[in-house]
Design a protein around this ligand. Structure first.
Ligand SMILES: Nc1ncnc2c1ncn2[C@@H]1O[C@H](COP(=O)(O)OP(=O)(O)OP(=O)(O)O)[C@@H](O)[C@H]1O
Length: 234
């Protein structure tokens, strides 16, 4: 059984009587990278938080599985990597131990994942002493270690240099073969490089959504066209 499709119907987030996001109608299914783009403050982060269950929704946010099961099949990485004050190995083993894997199996899987994310040399190192790029690779490796069906990535490269960004993008693109990656980004180059679908947000609502190639070749709305040209869109 799959947690997808995820269906949003008239979904939103209300604070102090004001809709910060919504109403949004959106359906996520299959694999690939859905890039959530749009001007600052358009609601990209809030939309991800809403889908990930971190905000009390207005309207409907429906997974194909009961909420607790759907929750177990999704993960989130944020702009600032969140790591435990323990070794890289312990960080990677943590979600596996929570999922009930034995200590030995968790350790073996953690070591394989560290190698796949170019962290094999740092297994015994304290995660809080990693560089920014390494810490983000660790956060992503840990988020993916339970093979989630959906990965929410909120500006995961915003604080990284070019080399570290390339490493994260390569892993997101690889993960997207088996996972639906929902990537909020202000970096249009990044969206062009790895997105398969685009959701263009404006004023907390979805102004346009569709396949990335068609979107970048010819957006349907004047606001998206202006945004892609680099104009300030309000
Ligand atoms: N905790 C909060 N309380 C009240 N309003 C908030 C809160 N967080 C965000 N907002 C508002 O919600 C709207 C959407 O913000 P959000 O951070 O989702 O946008 P964004 O597109 O991710 O922007 P950015 O690219 O600047 O991160 C904005 O108007 C913002 O000011």
């Amino acid at each position: 059984m799959s947690a997808l499709p995820l269906e949003l119907r008239g979904a939103g987030v209300r604070r102090d009587g004001r809709l910060l996001v919504g109403p949004v109608d959106l359906r996520l299914e299959g694999t690939g990278v859905t890039a959530v783009i749009g001007p600052n403050g358009s609601g990209k982060s809030m939309l991800l938080r809403l889908m990930h269950g971190l905000e009390r929704p207005v309207g409907r946010v429906d997974w194909a599985l009961p909420e607790a099961e759907a929750r177990a099949r999704q993960a989130l990485v944020a702009q600032r990597p969140i790591v435990l004050r323990r070794s890289v190995r312990a960080n990677l083993a943590f979600p596996l131990r929570l999922a009930g894997l034995s200590r030995a199996a968790s350790r073996a899987r953690a070591e394989a994942q560290a190698a796949a994310f170019d962290l094999g040399e740092q297994l015994a190192q304290r995660a809080t002493s990693l560089s920014g790029g390494e810490a983000q690779r660790l956060a992503l490796a840990r988020a993916l270690i339970t093979d989630p069906e959906v990965l929410f990535a909120d500006e995961p490269c915003a604080a990284l240099d070019g080399r570290a960004t390339r490493a994260i993008e390569a892993r997101l693109a690889r993960a997207a073969a088996t996972t639906h990656v929902v990537l909020a980004t202000h970096d249009m180059g990044q969206a062009r490089r790895i997105a398969t679908r685009v959701v263009f947000m404006l004023h907390g609502r979805v102004a346009e959504a569709g396949p990335a190639a068609a979107f970048f070749a010819g957006p349907r709305t004047p606001q998206a066209a202006a945004f892609l040209k680099g104009d300030i869109v309000e």
